[in-house]
Design a protein around this ligand. Structure first.
Ligand code: FES
Ligand SMILES: [Fe+2]
Length: 367
């Protein structure tokens, strides 16, 4: 029986949470594009930057900083006609892909000011796996004139032409570091994710996992999945050897790929900073297992949502404690991946230091 059934309301206030340093110069999923049809726009907050994200009549997506360069009113207060964004205050018009100002209604023949020399801040924006991915450059880096040198937009790996897709998301009232180390934490499984269909606390047993370094992260090397995980057992019906690989790469990505012959399941989980003290977890999963079995997509969504909710509830509870800024402990070996994450992040932010994994390593824990 849990000691406490309800949460004090303050636990949900992200502003009460300790902030963390953020990694700019990366693609982050700003929002799901499902509701952003042609001629539509919406707002999002990403790394503390307010965004206006929309889709032009020709289908192209754009992301503007949601602040008019004239006097700072949110552009989302104005109008978008599918071609240009017009500010509500003095009617300046902007071409949203690039942010160039195309009209200042108050100008007369006598004015020499050229509107086209003025820009609203615009960010590279691409669609992949149902998300609008936005590239936020380091603060102080001006407008990106050349988008060709940007890193590739992250995507779920796919291994067949036909597959199903499901999305999940949950807001977490803690900073991105806690969201990420919660994601790679093997020891919470038997406690947070107890359920008849997944595993029980009694199923806990010793495990050995092999890890290897990736350029900006690390990989749990290809292995046969945990015998105490029911969904993995299900894949056994195909009678093929099952292997799973889990990658973590900066700034916030966890890729999991499970393969059994020609059958596969792959997911990309990201924890994205909404502000320096709050974040959101997004999961997109694709699979071709049980492709033609009815109800499987609905069931996957149901159980997946339940799984993410268990993490979310736990982090809401954790947030109630974190607001008192307690000291933190990371123990070997179960918290080793979390230590690697902090070392990798520090290395990225400072441009100094070694990769925390000198080569392949073996970790042991009970879960
Ligand atoms: S504040 Fe936007 S046009 Fe003046
Ligand atoms: Fe979890």
């Amino acid at each position: 029986m849990p000691l406490r059934q309800t949460q004090p309301p303050h636990a949900l206030d992200p502003a009460a949470q300790p902030a963390t340093e953020l990694i700019f110069g990366e693609w982050y999923p700003a929002l799901r594009t499902e509701g952003v049809g042609r001629g539509k726009s919406t707002t999002a907050l990403l790394l503390g930057v307010p965004l206006l994200v929309g889709r032009k009549n020709d289908g192209s997506l754009f992301a503007l900083r949601d602040l008019c360069p004239h006097r700072g009113i949110p552009l989302s207060a104005g109008w978008f006609d599918g071609e240009t964004v017009q500010c509500k205050y003095h009617g300046w018009k902007f071409e949203p892909c690039g942010g160039q100002c195309v009209e200042i209604p108050s100008l007369t023949q006598l004015d020499t000011l050229q509107p086209t020399k003025i820009y609203a801040a615009a960010y590279p924006c691409r669609e992949a796996d149902g998300y609008a991915w936005v590239f936020l450059p380091e603060p102080g880096v001006g407008r990106l004139h050349d988008e060709t040198n940007l890193p590739r937009v992250p995507e779920v790996p796919k291994f067949s032409a036909k597959f199903r897709t499901a999305h999940l998301q949950a807001d977490l009232p803690c900073n991105v570091d806690h969201g990420i180390i919660g994601l790679m934490d093997p020891a919470h499984g038997p406690f947070v994710h107890q359920s008849w269909w997944w595993r029980s606390a009694a199923s806990i047993h010793e495990k050995t996992k092999h890890f290897e370094p990736l350029p900006d992260g690390f990989r749990m090397s290809s292995h046969a999945p945990s015998a105490n995980s029911a969904p993995y057992k299900l894949l056994g019906v195909y009678g093929e050897a099952i292997t799973t690989t889990i990658d973590f790469t900066l700034p916030n990505r966890r890729y999991e790929t499970i393969r059994a012959g020609s059958k596969w399941f792959a997911s990309l989980t990201t924890v994205t900073p909404v502000t320096p003290s709050s974040c959101r977890i997004d999961v997109v999963a694709c699979w071709n297992v049980f492709y033609s079995v009815p109800l499987v997509p609905a069931l996957a969504r149901y159980f997946g949502a339940k799984f993410v909710r268990q993490d979310q509830e736990t982090m809401v509870e954790q947030a109630a404690g974190l607001r008192y800024r307690p000291a933190m402990m990371l123990i070997d070996d179960a918290d080793k991946p979390a230590k690697w994450y902090f070392a990798l992040k520090q290395r990225r932010l400072t441009g100094k230091g070694e990769h925390p994994l000198p080569g392949p390593v073996e970790l042991h824990w009970r879960s």
